[in-house]
Design a protein around this ligand. Structure first.
Ligand SMILES: [Fe+2]
Length: 472
């Protein structure tokens, strides 16, 4: 285990300067003592060397397997009883049993794997009824040296962490994070809006951490309620540009793709091909479908990781050359197709010259077709992207699988060379394998980090009404 110089930040949501002294960034990132910093960095270097050694000796799959085992073992403690609970299995796997660390010679409670001190001050206030007891969840964090660290994550007083069927643990984080009202009387949309306004930064942090946050049980009823929720954050709106036919409902709220419910809308980052794309896609379920109709989403970095493992050469070539896409659109909207948005609606004009000008502003070129349709050409476009604040994860920020070899679209490398069919096919399988989905319930509001997740829509039986707002 390793020592953190400031444990207080893990126990309380807001830093209490009276009790813990002034907050200092340096104190958070630098070890309290030079020896501690040295010990931590040495540990990291040795861990990297060890990984490299295992990699060269047994192949990359070995480390992958080891990571999986570690992830599983870090979740299970010996159940509490006469003996204190411990991470015996995990420690045995990572060699932590042989590690002689701060806890062993200083016996500091904050470094202990088995004992997590509670905030006594707050505990007493809860007992006396002065303040509300925070809902707490026990989450296992892995510190920089790979040892597990049981941390009581204090969940905001307004929200309680829930669960939903289908959520997955990705890289130690639940996807989606389910937030429910902490108290029954706080379930109305007005209370929710107030809670979101008061906890904007906290919520944004959670969204970055989990990539998807599902608000459930808040009685959100209609587009007006939904609009207020979206507005609560003060994020700028971004106008939708793309092939999906959509209708404006109220202020920032639009219908999601109105294409036939029987069709699967393939996984995509919203507006991935446009120069300016939303960072957040927010969905509200007004009428849950009786069957199907889930909105599956995929942690994009996992696709990059797995494609790099399986096709490193193809990935490198696509990355170096860049990608080129084409898309053919009719002139007028055709709601019989999920890609039936006409170019006139997409570009907001029926004048071809103006459409060309607007297309160029979005980074596209247009070729006019004899039937009045337009062939839009985009490229070169990147295969992957890394965005700030997302753990340096390399996102699969493209739409190759969705557009490759289709009747109305194509995806090739930017120099015109073909992307091998089997690579695209396998990529599609990987995306599906990595997908996460849950059953929509009435009033659900789902926040997606559009830079970290691909999303789609499964075929559904009617009726289904899901509304959407996109933010910069
Ligand atoms: Fe979408």
């Amino acid at each position: 285990m390793s020592s953190k110089s400031v444990i207080e930040h893990e126990l309380v949501a807001n830093h209490d300067a009276l009790r813990f002294g002034l907050h200092a960034v340096k104190g958070d990132v630098v070890g309290a003592h030079p020896l501690q910093s040295l010990r931590e960095s040495t540990g990291r270097i040795w861990e990297e060397k060890k990984r490299m050694g295992l990699d060269l000796t047994y192949g990359t799959a070995f480390n992958l397997r080891r990571d999986l085992d570690a992830q599983i073992l870090s979740r299970f403690q010996r159940p509490p009883g006469a003996l204190p609970s411990s991470m015996l299995g995990f420690e045995a796997l990572t060699g932590g049993l042989d590690d002689f660390a701060f806890e062993d010679y200083l016996n500091l409670p904050q470094d202990s794997e088995t004992f997590r001190p509670l905030d006594m001050h707050h505990g007493m206030e809860v007992r006396l009824g002065i303040s509300k007891g925070p809902a707490t969840i026990l989450s296992s964090h892995t510190n920089e040296r790979g040892s597990p660290k049981a941390v009581m994550e204090v969940v905001n007083n307004e929200f309680e962490v829930g669960e939903c069927k289908g959520q997955k643990l990705v890289d130690g984080e639940q996807m989606p994070l389910v937030l429910r009202p902490a108290e029954a009387q706080k379930r109305g949309p007005c209370s929710l809006v107030a809670a979101l306004k008061a906890n904007k930064e906290w919520f944004e942090e959670k969204l970055l951490q989990h990539s998807a946050v599902l608000l459930r049980g808040f009685d959100v009823r209609d587009a007006e309620d939904f609009n207020k929720i979206v507005d609560a954050f003060g994020w700028d709106d971004i106008r939708y540009v793309g092939p999906a036919p959509r209708t404006h409902v109220h202020k920032r709220v639009w219908t999601a793709n109105e294409g036939p419910l029987s069709e699967f809308i393939y996984y995509h980052h919203e507006m991935v091909l446009i120069n300016e794309f939303p960072t957040k896609v927010i969905l509200f379920c007004q009428v849950p479908p009786p069957e199907g109709g889930e909105t599956p989403f995929v942690p994009s970095f996992r696709v990059t990781q797995r494609m790099l493992e399986e096709y490193p050469d193809n990935v490198r070539e696509m990355e170096e050359k860049g990608l080129r896409y084409t898309f053919t659109a009719v002139s007028k909207n055709d709601t019989a197709s999920m890609r039936g948005r006409g170019w006139e609606d997409a570009f907001g004009t029926s004048d071809p010259a103006e459409a060309e000008r607007r297309a160029r502003a979005l980074g596209m070129n247009i070729e006019w077709l004899p039937n009045g349709g337009a062939k839009t050409i985009l490229g070169p476009r990147p295969l992957t992207r890394v965005f700030p604040g997302r753990n340096a994860r390399r996102m699969w920020f493209n739409t190759v699988v969705g557009m490759h070899g289709k009747e109305t679209s194509s995806a090739t490398m930017a120099d015109g060379s073909e992307i091998p069919e089997h690579v695209v096919k396998r990529c599609g399988e990987i995306i599906e394998e990595e997908s996460v989905q849950f059953k929509w319930e009435e009033g659900d509001v789902l926040f997606l980090d559009n830079l970290a997740l691909l999303h789609g829509r499964r075929p559904s039986l009617p009726p289904r009404r899901v509304l959407v707002a996109t933010c910069k």
